[in-house]
Design a protein around this ligand. Structure first.
Ligand code: UD1
Length: 416
């Protein structure tokens, strides 16, 4: 395990380019199984999660060639239908591969997925949806075995707008014979990116971005090239780092409108924000004002930004209330922040953050991807040096972090 060493009392100042979206890239990589051909993906973030997903596809028989942020996936020889158990345990989004395997081979065998321990994260909505598509599911052994003779188009209402279940059901029904209608689906921008990718392949999907998606099954899908959209969570993370240090940042290769739920809250803290469709500039005040946030499905405030935003608020003026409504175990960075002198108490699904003037650097441990990213934000404004162990978690989702932070005037090193 490696650690990060960060010198505090810093102020972000500079310009960086935002990488491709992790949460878009993962289902799009899985979707490359569908057409049994060669697909080229650009703006692919080179991070642990996308590399893990590419490894899953290689293990299934796909040929994967990576050249910087371009990835060529040839799925013509994919023949395995068992998803590698070890890889499945490492990453929750591996479950998305199931929908693609079912569409192409009518069969998938897998174990329960792992991933960051931010909550129970069951897959019942995926499984129930598959059943409605006529898929037989045997959950009685160590493995879940899904198979069918054909996918039967259906009308499916999700009990909760799960991002992963929406994507999985889109993938599973894309090559069926008839129209599938998905209701109460997730409206996250990454789902629209998946729809755009699949339609480029020749799929007939409409409605992504709203809460009803219609998938008219097609017989065949063609080979495509596609540019992954920018990462709105990385965008928000750098904005919060800047706001927390009283700095200034210019971010390129962003999509401003999908970052809006975070931008609105940053403005409430006193930040000045200038935005163009592909650029965001943020100038922070000397000290932020406290604000309340509550996480909700998109277009609400994203749960993936909650920890980083919370860490930013620990030095704001006044008391903030941060409420987590999506995952039940997403305050794992709070005890670490308290070790730095932050004043936070947890009450049910809310964290009450009493802003302090200064926090102090110490030795910390990252417990999950976004919680780890939150500790970096706290470290750069703390007094003295902070070390963060288990930084592999953070590398699941942030590309070239060392390079980008150094470019932004942060004294940041990775001890290998
Ligand atoms: C995706 C994102 C993740 C983000 C989350 C919520 C990817 C790769 N990951 O994760 O970064 O934090 O959306 O925006 O895109 N649930 C069930 N049963 C299910 C599925 C989900 O109860 O079958 C619950 C989960 O436990 C959780 C909530 O629904 O409480 C949201 O989960 P979901 O939207 O499915 O998140 P993921 O797709 O796993």
């Amino acid at each position: 395990m490696s650690k990060y060493i960060i010198k505090g009392d810093a102020k972000i100042d500079g310009e960086v380019d935002i990488s491709g979206s992790k949460n878009s890239a993962l289902p799009i990589i899985a979707a490359c199984i569908l057409n049994g051909g060669v697909n080229t993906l650009y703006n692919m973030p080179n991070i642990r999660d996308t590399n893990g997903m590419l490894e899953i596809l290689s293990d299934l028989g796909c040929k994967v060639v990576k050249k910087k942020n371009k990835v060529i996936i040839d799925s013509s020889n994919a023949s395995k239908m068992n998803i590698n158990e070890k890889l499945m345990r490492e990453m929750r989004s591996s479950v998305i591969v199931v929908g693609a395997l079912l569409a192409r081979f009518r069969k998938a065998i897998f174990s329960y997925p792992g991933g960051c321990e931010i909550g129970a994260r069951p897959i019942d909505l995926h499984i129930n949806g598959f059943r409605k598509l006529g898929i037989n599911i045997d959950e009685n052994t160590r493995y879940i075995v899904c198979k069918c003779d054909k996918i039967i188009p259906a009308e499916i209402h999700l009990d909760f707008p799960s991002v992963g279940a929406t994507e999985n059901l889109m993938l599973a029904s894309v090559l069926s014979d008839g129209e599938t209608i998905l209701r109460n689906v997730a409206m996250e921008p990454e789902i629209e990116d998946l729809q755009n990718f699949l339609n480029r392949m020749g799929a007939k999907i409409s409605g992504a971005g709203s809460n009803i998606i219609k998938i008219k099954g097609v017989k065949k899908l063609k080979e495509v090239s596609y540019n992954i959209m920018p990462d709105r969570i990385e965008t928000g993370t750098f904005l919060c780092y800047t706001a927390g240090t009283g700095g200034k940042i210019e971010l390129n290769n962003v999509r401003d409108e999908i970052t809006l739920p975070v931008l609105v809250k940053l403005e409430e803290t006193g930040c000045k924000i200038y935005r163009e469709p592909n650029k965001i500039v943020l100038q922070a005040p000397k000290r932020l004002k406290a604000v309340d946030i509550q996480t909700l499905p998109y277009p609400g405030f994203p749960t993936d930004m909650q920890s980083v935003f919370l860490a930013m608020l620990v030095t704001a003026k006044g008391t903030s209330i941060v409420t987590e409504n999506i995952f039940e175990n997403r305050f794992k960075c709070v005890p670490e922040l308290m070790r730095m002198g932050a004043k936070i108490s947890i009450s049910g699904s809310s964290a009450i953050v009493k802003g302090v003037r200064k926090i102090t650097g110490t030795n910390l441990v990252a417990t999950d991807l976004r919680g780890g990213a939150a500790l970096i934000g706290a470290a750069m404004k703390a007094k003295g040096i902070t070390t963060i162990d288990n930084c592999e978690y953070i590398e699941r989702g942030y590309e070239k972090l060392e390079y980008k932070l150094k470019k932004l005037n942060i004294d940041f090193t990775k001890e290998r």
